[in-house]
Design a protein around this ligand. Structure first.
Ligand SMILES: [Fe+2]
Ligand SMILES: [Fe+2]
Length: 296
């Protein structure tokens, strides 16, 4: 079993010490209520949110685009708030944030350097934010996740979706001017880097192995997989999912739709254009489109 703390020297002895784990902050539990490994993982999330805030802030200062300056500043503020949300979650489970010397972004940076133009910034952000949502969802499904950690994960999943949406809108606008294939190529490039980076992290912890295990082999029918994805991402029972009902009838609002489409794209490894999405009004339409895409 590989210890996630191998990445950083957390304590001088390396042993989980309940006294050392107590945070001493007034009003918070004195005993650590999660494992040392999970504390490290939450500290890693916290550090990555901070790195995201700093990156967005730097880009906001550098951009010549007035609209982008507003978006990036808002994004910077939200990532900073997320770093605080993890800090609070750590305190509430009786811990103190660990000093973590690297982040997901630092691994990205090592692989690609700083994004040098608008398309790179947007594509990197899009792929990265999707990874965060997918990873947080996986973490949420781990058995025995502390309720405070689960609450924070859910809150951040909901908020990260807003990030994915604004970046997707900007990517679509970029594609309309410069061509969809240019955008797709850049997304594919960052997708490959993301898979490499996430793959590297798997070696560090059994808890990462749980979330980064091999993709499910596609032996189910498209319909069955689609029902499962819809039930998971919309928070319904599979029996409640009807292929002939319109997404609007099922009460899917625009935010749910972004999450749902993203989950479908991940499951089937496809990318829908905005035009495709407009034409898909029912799950049956989505299934038809997927049948078409997969047979090509
Ligand atoms: Fe975030
Ligand atoms: Fe984000």
């Amino acid at each position: 079993m590989v210890d996630i703390m191998a990445l950083d020297a957390v304590t001088s002895t390396g042993a989980a010490d309940p006294v050392a784990a107590s945070n001493g902050h007034h009003g918070y539990p004195k005993q650590l209520e999660i494992t040392e490994n999970e504390l490290w993982l939450l500290s890693y999330y916290r550090e990555s949110e901070l790195a995201g805030a700093l990156l967005m802030g730097r880009l906001a200062r550098e951009t010549d685009d007035d609209d982008l300056r507003v978006r990036l500043t808002e994004h910077c503020a939200e990532e900073a708030r997320h770093a605080w949300a993890w800090t609070e979650a750590i305190l509430k489970v009786g811990g103190t944030p660990r000093r973590v010397s690297e982040t997901y972004q630092s691994r990205y940076h090592a692989a690609v350097g700083n994004p040098s133009n608008l398309l790179e910034v947007l594509a990197l952000t899009q792929i990265f934010e999707r990874r965060v949502v997918r990873h947080f969802k996986a973490h949420l499904s781990w058995p025995g996740t502390h309720p405070e950690v689960a609450r924070t994960l859910q809150q951040l999943i909901d908020e990260e979706v807003g990030h994915i949406r604004w970046v997707k809108d900007r990517l679509d606008a970029y594609g309309a001017v410069h061509g969809e294939s240019v955008v797709k190529e850049m997304l594919d490039r960052f997708q490959r880097i993301d898979e490499q980076v996430y793959g590297e992290l798997r070696q560090y912890a059994t808890c990462f192995e749980q979330v980064a295990g091999p993709r499910r082999i596609a032996i189910d029918s498209i319909e069955h997989r689609l029902r499962r994805v819809a039930a998971d991402s919309l928070g319904r029972q599979p029996s409640e999912i009807r292929l002939d009902a319109s997404l609007v009838e099922m009460g899917v609002d625009s935010l749910d739709l972004v999450v749902f489409m993203m989950a479908v794209e991940d499951e089937f490894e496809v990318e829908f254009t905005r035009e495709d999405q407009k034409l898909m009004r029912t799950l049956g339409d989505v299934a038809l489109k997927l049948g078409y895409v997969q047979d090509r």
